[in-house]
Structure formats: C-alpha cells, structure tokens
Ligand binder design. Structure first.
Ligand code: SF4
Ligand code: SF4
Length: 177
C-alpha cells in the first residue's frame, strides 16, 4: 500500500512540472550561459608581458593553503658571466652586498585541483594578486592526474607561447625549491 502511495505522489509531482518550461540544456550540444559567478580551478594572472606571471614566488599561497595543494618551485639564479663574476668579487672585496639577479617569477607553480576546496585563502594571502579563479566549468579527465597542473605552463599555453603540456607537469606536492 505504501508503494502505491509513493507512486501516486511521484506521478502528482511529474504532472505538476510536466508542462513547465525546460530549465536544463542538452549538454554537450548546448551550454548554460548563466554561470558568470562560477568559481573554477585556479589560474595565474599574467603580468604586462603575456605568458609571464605576476607571481613573485613568495610562497604565501602554499603556506596558507589548508589542503596543501600548491607547490611553488623557485627559479635558480642564472650562471654569472666571467665579467659578472669579476664584478661580484670586486663588490665582495669592498664589502658590498651583490644584487640578486634571480628572476622573481616561479619556474613552476604546481596545483593539485583534486585536493582544492576553492576556499580562496591562497588568493587572499597573495601580496600581488597573482591568482584568480577561472570560469571553467566543463573539465573532464580520465584520471586524477589529469587535474594536476603546472599553472606557469598553463599560462604559457594560454598565451600561445608553447604547446599544451599541462599533463606533463609533475604532480603537485613535489618540492623542487
Ligand atoms: S582555493 Fe583554498 S584549497 Fe584551493 S589552492 Fe587555494 S587555498 Fe588551497
Ligand atoms: S601566487 Fe602569490 S602568494 Fe603564491 S607564490 Fe606567487 S606571489 Fe606568492
């Protein structure tokens, strides 16, 4: 008897909404256009030069991330030329502190989207506003590793500087700094 009652209730709901306008779309042939406030995975914000991140490799985002899904890999200082080595030695002899010429932007910024709760703490603690949420809502993949990104590489790809190679990025959590 309870099964019949349940069926009747279900049919009554179906009847009520049967002639209402359709609110869903036939994805993937059509996509919704009302998700302007959607928060997708993180991306790096570009500096004035396209493909070069605003990021200064300070590591604050990784330090404050509650899910431990960010790893900042800093750049190594470029090898000095013989002239620069001589200038360094002279500066050292004079007791001057040599100027650090290491580029500030990171080598890699590894991001494990499978762990990210999209809380925004990393963005709040970034001193230069180098991180943003994308509006990307149609991500799909075959394995968890498909959602491990090197955000520096992703930014370069967006700027058309290099071929799409995000899948080749090392997994987030590895530290090379
Ligand atoms: S949004 Fe939150 S969980 Fe995701 S990377 Fe930033 S701090 Fe971590
Ligand atoms: S994204 Fe921001 S907080 Fe993270 S390392 Fe770069 S500058 Fe620092």
């Amino acid at each position: 008897m309870s099964d019949l009652w349940s069926l009747m209730v279900g049919l009554r709901v179906t009847k009520k909404y049967f002639l209402d306008p359709q609110v869903t779309v036939r994805y993937p042939w059509k996509e919704v256009d009302n998700i302007s406030t959607y928060k997708g995975h993180l991306e790096l914000v570009s500096a004035k030069t396209p493909g070069k991140p605003k990021c200064i490799s300070c590591g604050m985002c990784a330090m404050y991330c509650p899910s431990n899904c960010l790893t900042v890999v800093k750049r190594k200082a470029p090898k000095p030329t013989p002239e620069e080595e001589q200038a360094l030695a002279e500066a050292k002899a004079k007791g001057e502190k040599p100027k650090d010429k290491t580029p500030k932007d990171p080598e890699k910024l590894l991001y494990d989207f499978t762990l990210c709760s999209l809380c925004g703490t990393c963005m709040e603690n970034c001193p230069v506003g180098a991180l943003a949420f994308t509006g990307s809502s149609y991500l799909a993949g075959y394995s968890r590793s498909d959602f491990h990104y090197d955000l520096v590489q992703v930014l370069k790809n967006q700027a058309g500087l290099e071929g799409m190679d995000a899948s080749a990025a090392p997994e987030a959590g590895q530290s090379e700094a």
